[in-house]
Design a protein around this ligand. Structure first.
Ligand SMILES: C[S@@+](CC[C@H](N)C(=O)[O-])C[C@H]1O[C@@H](n2cnc3c(N)ncnc32)[C@H](O)[C@@H]1O
Length: 258
């Protein structure tokens, strides 16, 4: 498992280790006491700060491509299903939001989709651009995307809603609904649980505190529907990898066709 190093004077609050990492797992620092916490409740600043410090190690751990080392067969099957659903329509314009190093974006591009990647972390975006120079990556957050209304045939959020508190998911799903074309598809992947925050200040004696959310698939589903999206499939598989502590959930939804 990779470790998180805090930059002196930096701003660090939360961390998960690895793409499929569980938000309850702690990161370790050799330099306790050097970090200040981000303002409580600012989950975007937390994600940005954490990945500024940990992008390199994250990539060492998960790589820059979707692979059998980090994605189980069911996970990859759902990514393939998403591709097939989008390709059945007329537009191939899709986004990977919370793209990290662009693993899902690269998968979608390799399957002939026209993809753009968004993330809140400049460090992750820099890594994504280096790994996948043929793909466009831009700064953007799940609840406020620099994309026109109804401009995408599909959106993938692959383990990027895991820092968003459940009561903010509605704002995220409303924004995703806004940018999708009528009939457009959404694929979410996340660690499954009951939605409670998993917060560990100075976890395991480190300088870092940790907040993540194992969202409840039922809660995610009902918030998607409230945002006007139709849930088409939900899959929950058991933990498959050493770095997974919980079942993993996947939800396919779509914006209703006109
Ligand atoms: C666990 S990583 C997953 C990265 C990538 N999807 C993958 O599978 O490798 C979570 C990513 O989501 C990004 N992120 C977290 N909250 C976000 C938000 N509200 N808007 C956009 N990106 C976000 C983080 O910066 C980070 O790159």
């Amino acid at each position: 498992m990779f470790r998180l190093r805090c930059q002196a004077g930096g701003v660090i609050h939360a961390h998960t280790a690895g793409a499929r990492a569980d938000p309850s797992r702690s990161a370790r620092s050799g330099a306790p006491g050097y970090c200040r916490a981000v303002p409580p409740g600012d989950h975007i600043a937390a994600a940005r700060a954490v990945y500024a410090a940990s992008a390199e190690r994250y990539i060492e751990f998960v790589g820059t491509e979707i692979s059998s080392a980090t994605e189980a067969p069911i996970d990859r099957a759902l990514l393939n299903a998403f591709v097939e659903l989008v390709r059945a329509g007329t537009s191939r314009r899709v986004a990977d939001i919370g793209c990290g190093p662009g693993r899902a974006a690269a998968f979608l591009a390799q399957h002939d989709l026209d993809v753009i990647g968004f993330d809140v972390s400049p460090a992750m975006l820099a890594a994504a651009r280096t790994a996948h120079p043929e793909i466009h990556f831009e700064e953007g957050r799940l609840d406020d995307l620099p994309i026109a209304h109804a401009s995408l045939a599909g959106v993938v959020c692959w383990y990027s809603i895991i820092y968003t508190p459940p009561d903010h998911l509605g704002a995220v799903f409303t924004e995703l609904e806004r940018v999708l074309n009528p009939g457009g598809h959404l694929l979410l992947g996340f660690q499954a649980g009951s939605g409670d925050p998993v917060h560990r200040p100075e976890a395991h004696g480190t300088a870092f505190s940790l907040t993540g959310f194992r969202h409840s698939p039922a809660d995610v589903t009902s918030r998607l529907e409230l945002a006007g999206l139709e849930v088409r499939a939900t899959a929950v598989r058991e933990a498959d990898f050493e770095h997974e502590q919980t079942p993993q959930a996947f939800v396919l939804a779509r914006k209703m066709p006109r």
